[in-house]
Design a protein around this ligand. Sequence first.
Ligand code: SAH
Length: 344
Amino acid sequence: MMKKHFLDLKPKEIKEYIQKCGHGSYRLAQVLEWAYKKKVDDFHSFSNLPKDLRNRLDSDFALRVFKIKNKSTSGLDGTIRYNFLTRDGNTVPAVLLPQRERNVVCISTQIGCVIGCKFCNSGKKRFVRNLTRGEILEQALDVEKDLSIKTDGILFMGMGEPLLNFDNIVNAIKTMTDPEQMGIGRRHITVSTVGFIEEIRKLRQEKLGIRLAVSLHAPDDEIRGRFIPGVVPYSIEEILKEGIAYSRSNNSRLTIEYVLIANENDTLLSAKKIVKLIKKHSDRDDKIQINLIPYNQTGKDKLLCPSKEKIESFRSFLIKSKILAIVREPRGLDIGSACGQLGV
Ligand code: SAH
């Protein structure tokens, strides 16, 4: 039988296990420190634990379950794409985005995706299953170990729709943000969603302090409907309102993602409409940023990226309208690691 993945256990479950083995619950803090702070990948190295507990852990659990299937480094910007092989033979992509002061890892939450946005190749793969809590965490731990670095930020922007794997991402985030475990700053973790408003509300109630990004991609539902299928049953206005409510609740910045596609959503009229919508639902104290993502070619559709001038005039209209807008340069285009390219 396959050993259970240790990283799937919540701290409470580890504590129960330790007690069942006849040891004091104070051992929990030691175990968490080895597993998540020191990031040791072998139970035998948990050196301040009694030997019998180390042996039992080792016979009952696997501390790591992925193998690195392949890995490629961008010659353009140092981005590194990993494909991890799961125990049931699936592939999970994750990407290290080295930034000036931080190592940010973009991770996946599902194998395949049920949404099927037209422009996105990351989600073209048929949905297979949710990743477990442990598989979500292990992506970051394996990248760290492979490169001997420390993760300072996490983007839930890889394959899959994070909010449809709600319990596992919330559990993983609790371990990521706990100073006694991975200790990643709350504001350096961003969950991106195509817009499930019930789940955004639930996430708000979890009070995790992390950031939210909503993938709007259009100024109205007619245009959005051309790219994002009816599986997402909410209007742009509902998603925007819920996103703003989220950012107000923890005083964080809301990111609006907007993939710019030539002759589809890149016109001045679209820019005007999106400004109007944001103004309608926000006030001066709200922190909102639009990330304009020039469409990355996936080779699977006939869509095109707008010209540089077109992108710039869209952005400058937003800026003139006092909306913070940045153009997100693609990362690792040469290795297929940019947004929407994580198909496997
Ligand atoms: N499912 C979540 C998480 C994925 S985040 C979500 O939709 O938000 C990845 C981001 O890249 C999303 O905003 C997605 O819409 C965007 N994206 C997908 N395909 C793209 C492409 N071909 N070019 C640029 N951005 C793309």
